[in-house]
Design a protein around this ligand. Structure first.
Ligand code: NDP
Length: 319
């Protein structure tokens, strides 16, 4: 059982590598800089890594970078894609690596008949962003596709990168007859394995590091352990196909603060919303398809608490 994980040093991919090793897989893991201990030490230390983890250098923007790495693999988990909030050139820093990277990886996969299936880490960003989509009472499911024009107008550049990447992935998969399944998580939290701070954990850090206000926004949340479990089931369950929305719960930021206040009555938490507009509405995301894969959901309160504990342990939280 030989599989490849791209972007292995990332938050989600580190957990994916861990679970794959636990399940007895041999893993070819790609990283941008194999000589940077911050990106690799936590992977090398995973149980089973000495025997069954092999690190390779690859970059999303280099054509052919993944060609020889995916050779001989039964499956490929393509997780690498920039998830950053600070950038100067969204086209170069977000959209190109996401879209070209996905095309690069899939083109390499198309050349290797041993690959049974590709699991793509897409996002709810590619599902839930169209005009009047996130309205009160809406129930979003796998049939929804974000509208690139709406996303472009809104200047949600990360959302655009994921929307365009998934769109072109389906096109290439169809062209080359690749069996591809996508996992579409909302904001992913849970304990960090890697020593660096990833963007979705930073969203939680922003609540607990002394901010006076919270943003007027409503987001979906899911635990990283459920996300990686879904990836592996999507590979292992023969009948799995298409897209899988992965959202445990959708809450307004005011609710996140409320839960944090119950968990940590003694820390300073934001007292009020940053604007006085009506709160962004709560919508629903269907769990049916993902549950049919066998995925269970860790409750948001548990994930939130373990994220905060992890941020404290790693000294990102200043309390
Ligand atoms: P991280 O930032 O922790 O991981 C992103 C990974 O992508 C890193 O390993 C990074 O490598 C790699 N990467 C970025 N640019 C390049 C490049 N040019 N070449 C090679 N590798 C590159 O984020 P997450 O773990 O959160 O994200 C992983 C995936 O999950 C992404 O596809 C993201 O869009 C998706 N996702 C994440 C969600 C979340 O809330 N966290 C929600 C929904 C989807 P390096 O370490 O070298 O920077």
């Amino acid at each position: 059982k030989l599989v490849c994980v791209t972007g292995a040093s990332g938050f989600i991919a580190s957990w994916l590598v861990k679970l794959l090793l636990e399940k007895g897989y041999t893993v070819k893991a790609t990283v941008r800089d194999p000589n940077n201990p911050k990106k690799t030490e936590h992977l090398r230390g995973l149980p089973g890594a000495d025997e069954r983890l092999h690190l390779f250098k690859a970059n999303l923007l280099e054509e052919g970078s993944f060609d020889s790495i995916v050779e001989g693999c039964d499956g490929v988990f393509h997780t690498a894609s920039p998830f950053i909030t600070k950038y100067t050139d969204p086209q170069a820093e977000l959209i190109e690596p996401a879209v070209k990277g996905t095309l690069n990886v899939l083109t390499s996969c198309a050349k290797r008949p041993s690959i049974r299936r590709v699991v793509l880490t897409s996002s709810m960003a590619a599902v839930a962003y169209k005009r009047n989509a996130q309205t009160a009472g809406a129930v979003i499911d796998e049939t929804w596709f974000s509208d690139p024009d709406f996303v472009r107008e809104s200047q949600f550049w990360y959302v655009l990168s994921k929307t365009l990447a998934e769109e072109s992935a389906w096109k290439v998969a169809k062209e080359h007859g690749i069996d591809m399944v996508t996992i579409n998580p909302s904001m992913v939290i849970g304990p960090l394995l890697q020593p660096t701070l990833n963007t979705s954990a930073e969203f939680i850090l922003n609540f607990i590091n002394g901010a006076e206000t919270f943003k007027n926004s409503t987001l979906g949340w899911v635990d990283v352990r459920d996300v990686v479990n879904a990836h592996i089931l999507a590979f292992e369950v023969p009948s799995a196909s298409g897209r899988h929305c992965l959202v445990d719960t959708v809450v307004h930021n005011s609710e996140v603060v409320k839960i944090l206040r119950q968990l940590y009555p003694n820390i300073q938490l934001p007292e009020e919303c940053a604007d006085d507009k009506p709160y962004e509405p709560i919508y629903k995301v269907s769990k049916e398809k993902t549950k049919s894969l066998g995925v269970e959901f860790i409750p948001f309160e548990v994930s939130l608490k373990e994220t905060v504990e992890s941020l404290r342990e790693k000294k990102f939280a200043n309390f």
